[in-house]
Design a protein around this ligand. Structure first.
Ligand code: CP
Ligand code: NVA
Length: 303
């Protein structure tokens, strides 16, 4: 049994396979071809934080594959009334076939996984967001071909997305340019990447974007950090992705944002709504890659 808690839980070779499956699964979906290999299987989703994309993509994806879904939140389950996470894992995993969790500390999802009889998928923790980067890499490849050897520029917070991009750079063989305000750097220990060759750190976000094939950012204040919002607004003021940053990147640079976005904060409207942006494909692709991921975790390799 395999869990998917961090991007580095799968190898480059497994990503090749998985992204190939995602391409096929997406094509079938677009052609209205029924594909229901998860008939009779149940996904439990546990949300301790808000979500639009993760909820809809997992729920719609599971139904499309013939399965069903149970949705739990801290507010409407015993999870919010201090039932130990280990006990919740033991019980829930006796009744369903796969569990997706969105929570705060990564240690919580690790504790759940350690006591689960079924695969556990990370739908975002404070530290990582692997399903999102899976969709982002898939989207890059769809538009531009292989990401190996390319340069991805991360502008903004050294958060869950940034950590996961760094793991992806290490596993898939591209370079991550990172520019964060001081005090918000990526913590290499948390990111868990020892290969320093895959990351280059820049004080100035313009320098990070220079020559990049993909420029990407995220909110300045992630879920769970709302108390820091005012300080962050000040600290991040020079890290808004604008047209000037895209102008120093590759002429065919792509712009991505995991969404939700705040136009005029971390990104200007003419960037996210402009010709380089692929954010809507990126959001849609969450569903296709997660269908491939659930297929892989539950059924192994097909054919
Ligand atoms: N990108 C992402 O995970 O979106 P949601 O918070 O809406 O799920
Ligand atoms: N970094 C953001 C991503 C939201 C999808 C957060 O954790 O809130």
């Amino acid at each position: 049994m395999r869990h998917y808690l961090q991007f580095k839980d799968l190898s480059a070779e497994e990503y090749d396979y998985l992204l190939g499956r995602a391409t096929l699964i997406k094509k079938r979906f677009k052609n209205y071809e029924k594909y229901t290999p998860l008939f009779d299987r149940t996904l439990a989703m546990i949300f301790e934080k808000a979500s639009t994309r993760t909820r809809v993509s997992f729920e719609a994806g599971m139904y499309q594959m013939g399965g069903s879904v149970v949705n739990l939140t801290s507010g409407d389950s015993q999870l919010g009334r201090a039932e130990p996470i280990e006990d919740s894992a033991r019980v829930i995993s006796r009744m369903v076939d796969v569990v997706m969790i969105r929570t705060f500390e990564h240690t919580k999802i690790e504790a759940f996984a350690a006591h689960s009889r079924v695969p556990v998928i990370n739908g975002l923790t404070n530290e990582y967001h692997p399903c999102q980067i899976l969709a982002d890499v898939f989207t890059y490849i769809e538009h531009r071909g292989s990401i190996r050897g390319k340069v991805v520029a991360w502008v903004g917070d050294g958060n869950n997305m940034a950590n996961t991009w760094l793991q992806a750079a290490d596993v898939l063989g591209f370079t991550l340019h990172v520019s964060t305000p001081s005090g918000y750097e990526i913590d290499a220990k948390v990111a868990g990447v020892s290969n320093q060759a895959c990351v280059k750190v820049f004080d100035n976000p313009m320098d990070a974007c220079r020559g990049a094939h993909l420029v990407t950012t995220d909110v300045w204040t992630s879920m769970g950090y709302e108390a820091e919002n005012e300080a962050r607004q000040k600290a991040f003021a020079d890290w808004r992705v604008d047209r000037d940053m895209l102008a120093v990147a590759q002429p065919d640079v792509l712009f991505m944002h995991c969404l939700p976005a705040h136009r005029g904060e971390e990104v200007d409207a003419d960037v996210i709504d402009g010709p380089h942006s692929v954010v809507w494909d990126e959001a849609e692709n969450r569903m296709h890659v997660q269908k491939a991921l659930m297929e892989y975790l539950l059924l192994g390799r097909i054919g």
